[in-house]
Design a protein around this ligand. Structure first.
Ligand SMILES: [Mn+2]
Length: 517
């Protein structure tokens, strides 16, 4: 078996031992629990943020939680909102900007909302770290601003907020740097719970798991502990919205089933963008009356439409990718066939298929907008920083970043980006093959091994779903043991194959690649 897979030696180890060995994990690493979380007090400025919020509660001050319109931002807003609710506070509102209607971050619409509502405190969640202008404007209309965020810091242009909570701050001693926006908020409400002596709802961990998985933060360290806590304590998480969703979902069996449900929930609440700071997913989550079912149907319909649209875009991308050769994929959607909301998803699709840094651009609201995605060995934020003189605004993570630009700057930007690309390729190592976690035989696909694999959940960045090599099997032998979740495969009934598979649940596998034995 050759090609793009790196097959390990099994050396007499069983399936689970092979995975641990090849990932350099010990069985003890898989034990966790919330008692292993670092002390939230290590987060720089958490005391100032918590005391300011506490003061607002005591003085019954009107407050706005300013979120972000993706699942991380929605869950961030929700768990802070619900925690304040549970404290008996009632003067907090939320505002979720719609990325299809206005640029990222604090814009005039929020400033007007705050001014007209007479709000004196704004707490940003999952955004705000690059909103220097917006924070100044909010101060001018009489609101103090607390920023909670997890996006990368540009130390020379930090907003002049009252306090900033972000594990990426240079002086932050919190040992884990890769929290999602909702992870930062979870740590904040855990800290508040100690000051106020008022508990955090167990459901907050579920929503933190949903937002963290959706934001594709590394599924290691604290992020792993949060999601694993939800899986291990599934029966003891009371939440009206989770119960509602479960009534409309298949029966859940085992850790794998819980993990799938968390992923489903994140896909559902990725929908629901509205105007004027409203958001259907957040309304659905907060709603306790019969209206909840109506909002759910609306979200489901949007999700189905979105998945249909996604398949259309992947089809377009498949055509564009056919026969592609090059070091990077740059595409300007001048025929307007890819909606702005799917630009990042399309770029991720390219990276998953070609493995090269990808930028996708198009015109949107009079500006050129771009979403960049890449895998290890390249840094999109560094690339955009290198070209920042040509950009209006940019930000994001090393593997997923975006920018806005004046349309006439395109050629200058592209020259600059290509310079950066060439320089970085000279220093980058050869792209590696994809590691296979274990070499197995058909009889290894049994329920005992499946339960052991479930101990490694949740899958995510830096803890991917295991990839297994299954040698010398026929299709008939395989299908006598498991179901395949592939729709169409050009595998012959009469030959024997070496397969690369992922194991989806105890009776279901997906074939990722195959070679004649
Ligand atoms: Mn986020």
């Amino acid at each position: 078996m050759v090609n793009r897979w790196r097959i390990p030696e099994s050396e007499g180890r069983n399936l689970f031992e092979q995975i641990l060995h090849n990932r350099q994990l010990q069985a003890e690493d898989l034990r966790g629990g919330l008692e292993s979380l670092p002390d939230e007090a290590l987060l720089a400025n958490i005391e100032q943020v918590a005391l300011r919020i506490t003061k607002a509660l005591r003085n019954n001050e009107p407050m706005v939680i300013f979120g972000h319109d993706d699942p991380d931002g929605i869950t961030s807003t929700y768990i802070l909102y619900q925690y304040l609710n549970s404290c008996g506070y009632q003067r907090h509102h939320y505002y979720i900007p719609n990325r299809n209607l206005e640029p990222h971050g604090i814009q005039q619409s929020l400033i007007d909302f705050v001014k007209n509502g007479g709000y004196t405190l704004v707490v940003t969640v999952d955004n705000g770290i690059s909103a220097a202008w917006g924070v100044n404007e909010l101060n001018k209309v009489g609101a103090e601003v607390l920023i909670t965020d997890h996006h990368l810091i540009q130390p020379d242009s930090l907003p002049e907020a009252l306090a900033i909570l972000n594990p990426q701050l240079p002086d932050c001693m919190y040992p884990f740097k890769y929290l999602a926006g909702v992870g930062v908020v979870l740590m904040l409400i855990r800290y508040l719970s100690k000051i106020l002596d008022h508990p955090v709802s167990p459901a907050a961990y579920f929503w933190a798991a949903v937002g963290s998985l959706a934001d594709k933060v590394p599924m290691i360290g604290v992020n792993h502990l949060i999601v694993r806590h939800v899986i291990d304590n599934w029966k003891t998480i009371p939440d009206y919205t989770i119960d509602f969703l479960l009534r409309n979902y298949n029966r859940i069996s085992g850790p794998g089933g819980i993990f799938s449900f968390i992923q489903y929930t994140s896909r559902l609440i990725a929908n629901g963008r509205e105007a004027d700071g409203q958001h259907t997913a957040l309304s659905f989550m907060l709603q306790v009356s019969d209206e909840k079912a109506v909002l759910f149907q609306d979200l489901e319909q949007q999700k189905n439409r979105w998945e249909h649209e996604l398949n259309r875009v992947f089809g377009i991308m498949d055509n564009l990718l056919t026969g592609f050769v090059g070091n990077a994929f740059v595409y300007f959607d001048d025929e307007d066939v890819i909606p702005y909301s799917l630009l990042g998803t399309a770029a991720t699709y390219v990276v998953n298929n070609l493995g090269v840094p990808t930028i996708m651009l198009k015109l949107h609201n009079g500006y050129t907008v771009c979403e960049g995605r890449c895998s290890d060995g390249f840094n999109m934020v560094s690339a955009f920083t290198h070209c920042k003189d040509h950009l209006k605004q940019y930000g994001g993570h090393p593997k997923a970043a975006g920018f806005t630009m004046e349309p006439h700057k395109y050629d200058e930007f592209l020259d600059c980006f290509n310079d950066y690309l060439l320089a970085s390729l000279e220093t980058a190592p050869e792209p590696g093959k994809i590691p296979v976690d274990a070499v197995i035989s058909l009889s290894d696909l049994d329920s005992g091994n499946w339960h052991q694999i479930e101990l490694l959940l949740p899958w995510g960045m830096q803890n991917p779903e295991p990839v297994l090599a299954l040698k010398n099997v026929s299709l008939a032998e395989l299908q006598s043991r498991v179901t395949l979740d592939n729709n169409s495969l050009s595998i012959s009934d009469h030959k024997r194959y070496d397969l690369i598979i992922s194991w989806k649940n105890s009776g279901l596998i997906r074939i990722l690649d195959f070679y004649e034995s």
